[in-house]
Every structure is written in structure tokens, then in C-alpha cells.
Write a protein that binds this ligand. Sequence first.
Ligand SMILES: Cc1cc2nc3c(=O)[nH]c(=O)nc-3n(C[C@H](O)[C@H](O)[C@H](O)COP(=O)(O)OP(=O)(O)OC[C@H]3O[C@@H](n4cnc5c(N)ncnc54)[C@H](O)[C@@H]3O)c2cc1C
Length: 506
Amino acid sequence: MPIPHMPARRIAIVGAGFTGSMLAAHLLRCADTPTSITLIERAPTPGVGLAYSTPSSAHLLNVRAYNMSAFPDDPKHFLRWLWAHDEDSTVPPSGHAFVSRAVYGAYVRDVLAQAEAAAPPHVTLRILQGEAVRVAEGGDGVRLRLSNGMAVAADALALCVGHFPPAPPAVAAEGVADSPRFIGDPWDHAAVAAIDPEATVLVLGTGLTMVDTVLTLENQGHRGRIVAVSRRGLLPHRHEETRPFKSFLCPDVMPRTVLDVLIALKADVRRAAAEGLDWRSAFDALRPYHHRIWQFLPPEERRRFLRHARPFWEIHRHRVAPEVAWRIDAARRKGRLEVRAGRLRALDLTDDGIEALVEAPPSRLRGLTVAPEEIVAVQGRGLAWRVRAGAVINAAGPACDYSRVRHPLVRSLLDQGLARPDALRLGLDVTEDGAVIDARGSASERLFAFGPVAKAPFWEMTAVPELRSQCARAAQRLAQAPLPTRSLTAPGRPRRSPGAGSARVG
Ligand SMILES: Cc1cc2nc3c(=O)[nH]c(=O)nc-3n(C[C@H](O)[C@H](O)[C@H](O)COP(=O)(O)OP(=O)(O)OC[C@H]3O[C@@H](n4cnc5c(N)ncnc54)[C@H](O)[C@@H]3O)c2cc1C
């Protein structure tokens, strides 16, 4: 029961994508003392974030509908919502379908609206449109400055800022990144829509963002060649039906090396095959252990995983819907999409576009088809080739190295020493509870980060099934933790050392 006249706990959330919106929704449900939530979003539509704001119906969820509930304690919530909104009865009742991401965005918005409507009077939500650009911490809380001049004061601030556009390639010559022919943000729908339909398009990256990009180009009637390149030229695998399978892994004896993880995984895959199941069932059986596996790996092993195993992990773990895989296969078969392996060596402006120089070592030549006029040099048994493109789209994956992110909010946090990048450059350095760790190594009691920006202690903190649990736990803590309140706070920055239960990487 809220205490009458008790000052409201002020919680500000920057970013109203899935993470920020669900954190707000959970706070609206669980806060039992007066709480005022301010949700700040720069985009015109809160609730959808980067993933679910796509205007293209070709962009499908890469997780089956039955596993996309916003609530960990109500796994059928999204399915029920879908059925209630499925006027044309297109969604199969099993929940095995991959529905469009735009539909999921509508669901997230609805969840937030319903949580607000059902909230008790002592919990309020204010949604502000604006871009947070500066943060300051003082004895009486956190102050946030928005680019439109507004200021927000809070007792606790949750950074749910999601994904930043990929870092520009280091080999790009001067002027390339500023050229209208170079699309540095692959989620800039207007820029992709403006590409000449006859132009050759070079896509940097062959992962999920490349897949989205190709579908967008195809849907807008692109007729020119599309060449996608990445170091290994690996494409995400497709989803197939999986069956329940119990991993061999014993939660009490976690592997301590990447090699041991792979050995355990391979053993599971073999056992699954013996039972007539394919590797996906074995791979998915590991999901409940992902965070524990990561936490048990020493820093050097985590580094080894990122250096050697990451691309293979990504294509097996983050798979595409079968209908999406089918379209990508068809585009390749018809010669509209070429997927090539090689290392980008140069990007230069030309009179009518951008020229890329790519080197493919002998180990990457298998399956590589390059037109003779594109071959620049045969290097030993490797090959250097070039492609002249009317447009280049950087789809190399979100930038995670915060030391290189130029956004003013990030700069403000790092320059003041309020935050620091994690040692492996996966995002911000945070504890397992999401408390932001400052430049001196102390965990904040006021600054928090959740979602992909806070994946350092977990590795897998990207998809809804992981994020929803993190949001639910975080809301409980933010609503109940004895935050340093205005009246109780002594001058100076309140800090605590990351103690037991908090993780520091590196
Ligand atoms: C293209 C794409 C597709 C995906 N598809 C799936 C899927 O099918 N299934 C799945 O489970 N996961 C998917 N994911 C994973 C995704 O990480 C999560 O599902 C989830 O959307 C992440 O939400 P988020 O709120 O943390 O980040 P985001 O969606 O990136 O949202 C962050 C929000 O913060 C806002 N913001 C950032 N900085 C500021 C600022 N300074 N001031 C104000 N606002 C700010 C942004 O405008 C944005 O709205 C996908 C990711 C991407 C990039």
C-alpha cells in the first residue's frame, strides 16, 4: 500500500524500443510505491524501436510467434493478442508462424498502452519525444538534457538505447562515408528506397541485416546486381521445426574453455541425430544455459570465442524464417544476389559510384564466382577482385564498441567517466543487474543499462526471450531497491563497488 504524500520515485528511461517499453510496462505493473516514469524516445512512434519499426511486411520475426510473449510469466500472451487481432485468420493456431515485425511493433505498443491504462494511480507514465544528449549525476539524482532543450530529473536512469548503426569501414577513403552513395545506416529506409533500381549495390555484411536489405531491395523492384561480401561469406541458417531435447551439459559443471563448449555442443548434436533430430534441436537446448556458460568462461576464453567462433555462432543461433531463406536462395539462384567471402581492402569514390577492392585468401575461394573483368590480381592461390557499385550499404551489424560511438549521450557518459565500454567492446560495462560501471570501476546506484547495450555480462542479450526476463527483473529491482532518494542523499555521487552477484568483464 503506497504511503500517502511519499515523494514519487522518479525513473527515467531513455529509448522506447522493446527494452525501454517493456521496462516501463513492468514498472507500471509492479511498482507498489509512488513512482513516476518518464520514457524518452527520439522517434515519433514509441514502442517499436529499430527492429519493429520496419515498414516492410517482408521483414519477419526471426523467432516463432509462440516464443515472442512480452511476459516471461505468460508465454501465450503474444499468441492471444495475435489471435484477437488476426481478422483474416492467417495466423496458424500452433504459434509456429513467423509473423511480420511491424505486427510485433503494434503488439509492443499495445502492451505498453494497456499497462498504462491498468496502472494504479500511484504509478504514472509520461512519454516524451526527444533525443537525450547529455547526462549529469549529482547528489540529488540524475539530470538528462534533450536536444530540444528539455531537461528531465530522475532518481534513476535506465539506458535502453539499443542498436547504433555499424561503424564505417576503416578502409574507406576520405569522402566515402559522407557520399550519398554510401548508406552507413542500413535501417535508413528512405536512403535505401532512393537507390537507383538499375544500380549495382554492394552490401557489406552477409548476416541478418544483409538479408533484410536484400528483401527490401527486391520488394522495391531492384533490377541491378546485388553483391554481398563478408570475411567468411556465411549466411544465417534457416529455421526448421525443432523438438524438445535435453542438453548433455550439466549446469553444475560448466565448460571453462570455448573448445569444451564446442565439444559438448557437438556431442549433443550427435546424440540428437541418433534420436532422429537435427542440430537445431540440440543447439536450442543450450539456450537456457547461455548466460551461465558465458559467465563461467574466463575473459581470455570469451575473447577467443569472439575472435574465432562468433560468426559461426551467429548463423546457427540467429536463424531466419523459412520463407525468408527461400527468397534469399531464389535471389541467388537467379543471379540477382551474389554472396562472396573476402576481406574489404579499399573503398574509393569514382565518378559514378564507389569502387571496392576485396581480397579473398585461398581458404575463401570455394564457391566464389568472380567475372574475369573484376579480377585485379591473383595473389598466390588467393584472389583480389573489385566491384564498382552505384550504392554501398553498410550492413556489417550494429556498432557495439562504445569508445567509437560518437552519439553525444554516449560521449557525455564516457567523457565524464560515468560509464566505460566493457573490456570486450560488446557495449557498456555493467553488472549483471544492469548497474553501469564507471571509469574507476564502481557500479552506479542511479545509472542502469538494459538490452543489447548491456550484453557484456551475458553475451546473448539481444532477442525478446532474453530481454523480456531482463526487463521483468530490472523493473522489480528499480521499483523496490532502496535508491538514494533526494532527501536521503548526501552530496556527491552515490556509488557502490560491484560486489557479489555483479559481474565485471575483464
Ligand atoms: C533489424 C532487427 C531485427 C530484429 N528482429 C528480431 C526478432 O525477430 N526477434 C527477436 O527476438 N529479436 C529481434 N531483434 C533483436 C532486438 O535486439 C530486440 O528484439 C529488441 O528489439 C531490442 O530492443 P531495444 O529497445 O533494446 O533496442 P532498439 O530496438 O534499438 O530500441 C532503442 C530505442 O532507443 C531510442 N534511442 C536511442 N538513443 C536515444 C536517445 N539518445 N534519446 C532518445 N531515444 C533514443 C531509439 O530511437 C530506439 O527506438 C532484431 C534486431 C534488429 C536490429
